[in-house]
Design a binder for this molecule. Structure first.
Ligand code: PMP
Ligand code: GLN
Length: 382
């Protein structure tokens, strides 16, 4: 999606990955790990295939995975969605987002997101016919401007679509920000759809699920995905949880998007969700180390670095290098130094694009030696 208010073109991720492949650049653009997730999860998928789990799964997902999602939410957050009625398996978080927006919004409705926003939000709000209203996140911490947030709500706001931890900025919003969003959603009687795919990718701060806040559960749909937590982005297994009435409306839409999601991968992810605490602590510790290596390289190259508290993205300001247009730089960077990144303005409407004009996003979910090589290449810029 280029120009979120315009037509639906090729996504920025596709564009930059293609450019990286053409130039042989290190791809720190599209966010996907360069190492697979745990061997036992892969073995569980192979075992499921061998055992014949190769035909359509039930539309709402296999019971084993719905139960595992519920147990996982209880273990980490004390929440207990009913696996029969309050959990839906989706084809990645992407389908969860699309099915939720299509279920609840249409022409005349407003959907409120922070800005910058993940690219599929703008596209699907557009497809639903609703109007996309944004509230800015402000550097250096990328927390929202609370006055602007309040002013962005109206009597037409149907959904506030949150993303925490936040892509592309790497912000993890404090509890007080999330509580205020819940208060505003209650005042305006709107739904909260919260994309928490990076729930386990936080560094030194804990993830607070919106659904765990007072007054939120009855109007909140929470979306997550195995892609990020388990490093299997290509399996496209996601899930969502929420009150029965909301989940059932989303399931109705899902029937006609994909009907059901990859059967053997569901069984494998059910096994993954049950991995011990050390696994979850390990992802966060490993990524934190990678964040620090890449951030140091980016700083040495002359960028201003905004250290993220979550996700696997780090944003930099290119202005100290005398570069004001990150879209132009992102298109030239692969050929220039052999590294690909994503310009932040593409996650914005025009005003936000102006505000973030010199910001660039780098992914650090790559092997340490790859990040070190990227840092060496980027040093040529300064
Ligand atoms: N939401 C956010 C914020 C993301 O960053 C991504 C993917 N990187 C998705 C949703 C999509 O997740 P999935 O691959 O599970 O569809
Ligand atoms: N979510 C990933 C990112 O932000 C990319 C996913 C995609 O290519 N659609 O980089």
């Amino acid at each position: 999606l280029l120009g979120p208010d315009g037509g639906l073109g090729v996504t920025i991720f596709e564009e930059m990955t293609t450019l990286a492949l053409q130039t042989g650049a290190i791809n720190l653009g599209q966010g996907f790990p360069d190492e697979d997730g745990p061997a036992e999860i892969k073995a569980a998928a192979q075992a499921a295939i061998a055992a014949g789990a190769n035909q359509y799964a039930p539309g709402k997902g296999i019971l084993e995975l719905r139960e595992a999602v519920s147990v996982h939410q209880h273990r980490f957050y004390g929440l207990a969605p009913d696996p029969q009625t309050e959990v839906l398996v989706t084809t990645g978080a992407t389908e969860g987002i699309a099915a939720s927006l299509l279920a609840f919004t249409g022409p005349g409705d407003e959907v409120l997101t922070f800005e910058p926003f993940y690219d599929s939000y703008g596209a699907v709000i557009g497809l639903s016919g609703a109007t996309h209203v944004t509230a800015p996140l402000l550097a250096p911490d990328f927390f929202p401007d609370m006055d602007a947030l309040e002013a962005a709500f109206s009597d037409r706001t149907r959904v506030v679509l949150l993303n925490n931890p936040h892509n592309p900025t790497g912000a993890v919003f404090p509890r007080r920000v999330l509580e205020r969003v819940v208060e505003l959603a209650r005042q305006h009687d709107c739904l909260i759809i919260t994309d928490e795919v990076y729930e386990h990718l936080t560094f030194g701060v804990s993830h607070v699920p919106v659904a765990s806040l007072p007054g939120a559960a009855d109007r909140t749909v929470t979306i997550s995905s195995a892609g990020k937590t388990f490093s299997f982005t290509g399996w496209k297994i996601g899930w969502l949880t929420g009150p029965e009435g909301l989940v059932s409306a989303i399931r109705t839409v899902k029937q006609f998007l994909t009907y059901s999601s990859g059967t053997p991968f569901q069984a494998a992810i059910a096994a993954g969700l049950a991995l011990p605490d050390e696994f979850y602590e390990g992802i966060s510790a490993g990524l934190r180390h990678k964040r620090d290596i890449l951030s140091e390289g980016l700083r040495a190259a002359g960028f201003d670095v905004f250290t993220p508290q979550g996700t696997y993205f780090v944003n930099v300001d290119t202005a100290p290098l005398g570069i004001s247009d990150s879209v132009d730089l992102a298109r030239r960077l692969p050929a220039l130094v052999g590294v690909a990144a994503i310009p932040v303005p593409v996650f914005c409407h025009p005003q936000g694009a102006e505000r973030t004009r010199s910001l660039l996003r780098f992914a650090f979910c790559k092997k340490v030696e790859v990040l070190e090589e990227a840092a060496t290449r980027l040093a040529a810029l300064s």
